[in-house]
Unconditional design. Structure first.
Length: 425
């Protein structure tokens, strides 16, 4: 690896040899001053696949031409549109197709799943999350605790970091479960922590929590489409994730959910029911009794929002063509190159917060700018003015996330050069 900032031959050679290089041309790359931007914000909003507009237009055309008959006719009848996403989405997260459904938004799905899987009692009322969880998750679990008549001040357990830079060890999770596991009804944990970029071992967390009798769910907003996941094998009870980050499906895109197959045929599970969660064989008999569909489909509420789902289909086609193992290999190489450049040339102004072990991180490196918020904002604005876009997290962190479907080694080099220009050695 050539870590020089003054020569780009090595980075250009890596891009030329990249077996995934062709996928960059399948995305709209934003421009800055007439040139393609160096875009590192796929962890917040992925770029638009060229196929997204085509996928939407196809459904608009079907609506125009055959109207209501689009529910039943054509290559992808709207009645079953969510089913066309089932298998490719299951491949992305390592699940059985029957365990996955595309529906709603992330937080709405978390609430629906907690309605079934957070069943507190006087003896076991608590939910365990990480300290500094994404606010929407914290709001959701706090409101669930209150909804069931318990007190978040006592029954929301927020595990503080025990390692430098806000990181949490598996040992810390094991300790809190040993100390308070008999009180914990639900462990709701991130696949990747949004602020630090730390990735967690889902199977290990599930094993520890299940040993204490806890239900386990995961928020995979920053993990789906980023890491090679094995949701089924992890043994988790449920999970939810959005599709507008690494899955490139558009702002506010329809989210997805996972329910493990051991819950597939449990009609006794309490849930907030809706018509589309009813068994399809008897749904249109319009009977009053709710008969949940087997698998994750039984948690649906309403019929699929086809125009909003169409971009997901376009994106998942790219994931199937690229494959997660190949994307992950490139991601590890990109973040390794980024980390090496930072530590070699930029350590006097940037500190890497994300774990150095590739197994404990995805595509995102969280970078703390030394000197406090004012200097951090100055660097962030300097980068943006030069067409290098990351995203900002208060008070002094810039998150840089090279997405392997469209980012290049030369993008990473451009970031490092732009930082050096702001803070020459």
């Amino acid at each position: 690896m050539d870590l020089s900032l003054d020569h780009d031959a090595w980075a250009l050679a890596q891009d030329a040899a990249d077996p995934l290089a062709r996928f960059r041309s399948q995305f709209h790359i934003p421009r800055h001053d007439g040139r393609e931007m160096h875009y590192f914000v796929g962890n917040s909003l992925g770029l638009q696949p060229l196929g997204a507009a085509t996928a939407i237009t196809e459904e608009l055309q079907r609506w125009a031409e055959i109207a209501v008959e689009g529910h039943f006719r054509g290559e992808r009848p709207w009645m079953h549109y969510h089913a066309t996403l089932r298998e490719p989405m299951a491949r992305v997260v390592g699940a059985l197709p029957s365990e996955v459904v595309v529906m709603n938004s992330l937080t709405a799905n978390l609430h629906l799943l907690m309605a079934s899987f957070y069943r507190p009692s006087r003896e076991r009322p608590a939910i365990l999350i990480e300290a500094g969880a994404f606010p929407s998750d914290r709001h959701a679990v706090e409101s669930q605790i209150r909804f069931h008549g318990f007190d978040p001040a006592r029954d929301l357990i927020e595990l503080e970091a025990d390692l430098p830079n806000g990181l949490i060890s598996l040992e810390a999770i094991e300790r809190v479960l040993a100390e308070q596991g008999e009180r914990i009804a639900l462990v709701l944990w991130p696949g990747v922590q949004y602020r630090t970029g730390q990735a967690f071992d889902l199977a290990a967390i599930t094993r520890l929590a299940k040993a204490r009798g806890c239900t386990v769910g995961f928020d995979l907003a920053h993990a789906a489409g980023n890491l090679e996941l094995a949701l089924h094998d992890s043994g988790a009870d449920f999970a939810a994730w959005c599709t507008y980050k690494y899955l490139n499906s558009g702002p506010g895109a329809v989210a997805a959910a996972f329910v493990h197959e051991r819950h597939a045929n449990r009609p006794e599970l309490p849930r907030l029911a809706g018509w589309w969660g009813h068994r399809p064989e008897t749904r249109f008999l319009m009977g009053p009794a709710f008969e949940p569909a087997p698998g994750a489909d039984g948690w649906q509420l309403s019929n699929p929002p086809v125009l909003a789902m169409a971009p997901i289909r376009a994106s998942l086609e790219l994931f199937d063509a690229a494959t997660l193992p190949a994307l992950r290999r490139k991601s590890v190489a990109l973040t390794g190159y980024l980390e090496a450049l930072v530590k070699t040339h930029l350590a006097d102004c940037i500190e890497v917060l994300t774990p150095a072990d590739p197994a404990q991180r995805g595509a995102q490196l969280s970078l703390r700018v030394t000197g406090g918020r004012e200097r951090g904002r100055a660097l962030f604005e300097h980068l943006a003015a030069r067409g290098v876009l990351g995203d900002w997290r208060e008070p002094d962190v810039i998150r840089i996330s090279p997405a392997p479907l469209y980012n290049r080694f030369t993008d990473v080099l451009a970031f490092a050069r732009a930082v050096r220009d702001w803070h020459p050695a």
